[in-house]
Design a protein around this ligand. Structure first.
Ligand code: GDP
Length: 211
């Protein structure tokens, strides 16, 4: 059966190691952020429905560029999924004011086509200061630029690693800690994929009709 969120076409669009290497803003974008090894590549690969497109399990900290993937759903909706470099691998040097680096900060604060940020949290690990800071950063950044409002969607990853009865409480706790509803995801079974697509589409479409 072809659900509206069935991805009929997916492909790699561009990698950008600097903001000026990004393609000109056109389609709505949804960015994905999370600690290295949180399961970001696995989630992207599941959403795109193409195993070979996104590299999974690469050495933490090695991807320092933004990777843009295009997805077209069965009903014609097109958007870009943007893989942000994983954080939390290298310790921040004392003199460094910025935790995320100019690339992530520049993208999050100024990309006019950014509609939603999917923030991934390992279900077993829970929310740590970096995730709270990223939410705060996104809320304050963009206030001075042309960027519009960005929805925050929290995903608890690797829920299959928790015993059944512990899953729901862990997902809810992560949501509560960040002040948003959280959605669970397990890449081995793909559990949570359809619900997440539904939420992503809502975020993208809501912004499109607002403007
Ligand atoms: P990234 O560094 O955030 O892109 O994380 P990856 O997607 O590369 O995943 C890191 C490791 O966790 C890999 O060995 C994956 O196979 C594993 N992994 C990712 N997602 C899940 C999940 O939902 N369940 C389980 N059990 N393992 C996962």
């Amino acid at each position: 059966m072809n659900s509206q969120w069935t991805i009929v076409e997916a492909g790699f669009v561009a990698g950008a190691a600097a903001l000026d290497q990004l393609p000109p803003p056109a389609l709505a974008e949804v960015a994905f952020a999370g600690r290295s090894n949180v399961g970001k590549s696995s989630l992207l690969s599941a959403l795109l429905g193409r195993k070979s497109l996104v590299r999974i399990g690469s050495t933490p900290g090695t991807t320092r560029q933004l990777n843009l993937f295009q997805a077209r759903a069965a009903d014609g909706l097109e958007l870009l999924l943007v893989d942000l470099p994983g954080y939390g691998f290298a310790k921040r040097a004392k003199h460094e004011k910025s935790r995320w680096g100019p690339l992530i900060e520049g993208y999050l604060s100024s990309r006019v086509t950014l509609r939603a940020l999917v923030l991934l949290v390992d279900a077993r690990r829970g929310v740590e200061p970096e995730e709270r800071e990223l939410v705060d950063y996104l809320r304050t950044a963009g206030a001075k630029t042309a960027r519009g409002p960005v929805s925050i969607i929290v995903v608890a990853t690797k829920i299959d690693k928790l015993a059944g009865a512990k899953r729901k409480p862990a997902i809810e706790r992560i949501g509560r800690d960040l002040g948003f509803r959280a959605y669970g995801f397990a890449s081995p079974s793909g559990e949570g994929r359809e619900e997440l697509w539904r939420v992503l589409r809502q975020a993208v479409l809501a912004c499109t009709t607002d403007t």
